[in-house]
Write a new protein. Structure first.
Length: 217
C-alpha cells in the first residue's frame, strides 16, 4: 500500500486507483493524429506504477520509444458517486504535478490492431508525482504547466487550455465508477510530448508551487 501526504499536513491518504484522462488538450490530440474527444477518454494505471519526485524511472527493455507527458494530478479526498458541481469541487483535496510515462511504440502497435493499449501505460514507475499541496493554497486553473528534458523546454502550456476542466472530469468519472478517498486523477497532457532515453533528466512543474525531478535509467 502506498501513502501520500499533503504538504505541511499530517493527514495520510492510502493511494487507491489512478485514473488518467487522455487527449485533454486540443494540440496534443492533433500532434498524435487523434480526433478531439467529445467526452473524457479514461484509462487506469495500477498503484504499482507510482513513484515520487526524486525516484528514478527504469526504461523497459521491451520498448524503444518511451515518451514524457506532464499533467496536473488531483488527489481525491472523499468518496463520491454521481457528483454534481459542488460535490466534485469539494472532493479535491490537493494538487500535484505528475508524469504519465508512455511506451509510444507499444501504444501505436496495439492501436493499429484495435487492441487495448494498457501495456503501454502500466509499467513500473510510469506514474510520477510531486509533493501534493492543498487546493486551498493555489488556484491552478490558469497556472503554467511545463516540462524540461536536460534543461531544454519541451512542454509549455497553461491549464486553462484543458478541454475538460477538473470539475467536468470528476463528474464524468464519478458517473461511471465510484471515486474513493486516496484516488488520483491525471488530467491529461499538453502538446510537446516526446522520446526520452536512458540518462535523460526530467524536470516539470506547475506555476511556482509544484515541481518534480526524475531521471531515466
Amino acid at each position: 500500500m502506498k501513502k501520500l501526504k499533503i504538504r505541511d499536513t499530517e493527514e495520510e491518504f492510502n493511494v487507491g486507483k489512478i485514473v488518467c484522462v487522455g487527449r485533454n488538450y486540443v494540440k496534443h490530440a492533433e500532434e498524435l493524429g487523434n480526433e478531439v474527444p467529445k467526452f473524457p477518454i479514461i484509462f487506469l494505471k495500477p498503484v504499482s506504477s507510482l513513484i515520487q519526485s526524486g525516484e528514478k524511472i527504469e526504461h523497459p527493455d521491451y520498448s524503444e520509444e518511451m515518451h514524457h507527458e506532464v499533467e496536473l494530478v488531483l488527489l481525491i479526498g472523499k468518496d463520491i458517486k454521481n457528483a454534481n458541481d459542488n460535490e466534485a469541487e469539494e472532493a479535491i483535496a490537493g494538487y500535484a504535478v505528475g508524469l504519465d510515462m508512455t511506451l509510444r511504440d507499444l501504444q501505436n502497435q496495439f492501436k493499429s490492431k484495435g487492441q487495448p493499449w494498457t501495456l503501454a501505460k502500466v509499467f513500473d514507475a510510469s506514474a510520477v508525482v510531486s509533493d501534493f499541496i492543498s487546493k486551498d493554497e493555489v488556484d491552478v486553473t490558469k497556472e503554467k504547466i511545463y516540462l524540461k528534458v536536460n534543461e531544454e523546454l519541451k512542454q509549455d502550456s497553461t491549464l486553462d487550455k484543458m478541454i475538460f476542466n477538473n470539475i467536468e472530469i470528476i463528474k464524468f468519472i464519478s458517473s461511471k465508477m465510484t471515486l474513493e478517498k486516496g484516488d488520483l486523477i491525471f488530467t491529461g497532457t499538453p502538446e510537446g510530448v516526446g522520446k526520452v532515453v536512458k540518462g535523460d533528466k526530467i524536470s516539470a512543474g506547475i506555476g511556482d508551487n509544484l515541481r518534480l525531478e526524475t531521471e531515466i535509467t
